[in-house]
Design a protein around this ligand. Sequence first.
Ligand code: PEP
Length: 266
Amino acid sequence: MASDKKLIIANWKMNLDMHEASLYLHKLSKMVKVHRDIEVVLAPTSLTLQSLSLQVNLKQFKLAAQNFYWRDSGPYTGEISATQLRGIVQYALVGHSERRHVFNENDKDIRNKVAAAIRNNIRPILCVGETAWEHANNETRDVIHDQLAGGLANITSEELDKIVIAYEPVWAISAGQGSTPVNVLPDDVQMAFQAVRSQIKHLYGEKASDSIQVLYGGSVTGDSVADYLALPGVNGLLVGWASLNANTFNEILEIAHKSASAKKKD
Ligand code: PEP
């Protein structure tokens, strides 16, 4: 059964070297309190994962891989596998828009990665979302449906329980870099979440659609955290740029905790 905690994920992308990542974790772990209503996940570069796995307190933070190859081992120069990540990470991003659009990952790659993560006891965070062009042409719903059908092909209902979905409009990712962040309208987020849950319902039934964890990501800052988390059905956030500074990310976590506990009292 999927957890009802708010999941807050820091995607550091290709930033922070080994020394900076270790200092960040040291600083953040001194600031962050363990709250039962939120789960905090750090997604550093592959290079720093192993050393952070030795430093991290798993009660406080979990780790995620940003990427991996779907085969378990073999002649694939330059790649790392989910089998090699087993025991080091608890989560892995799959199908992030930068993988889809910069590195041309397709639905077949993505569905193989989802399956590889599950097979290796790692929870995949399957990212879906439309480009600016698709958004302008009212294709959001179709894109989400197609990406979910493609990424989840061959996944059973039992396996679905281990999967997290992240809706990230491509046009809002890394846009603004804090000074003028793109604020995706609540109606657009609601419509996209509805598209995610309706496709999950179509593929796996109503119970699965109600219980699957769905996150929002795209230019989230401390100013927008509470608004996004207040939307019905938003189970957490994927934060890129605003997670690169430990102080800023700690503020985001505090706001997330306050809104999670306020929602519980409603
Ligand atoms: C991301 O990388 O998933 C992301 C949401 O980035 P940003 O917050 O910088 O838009």
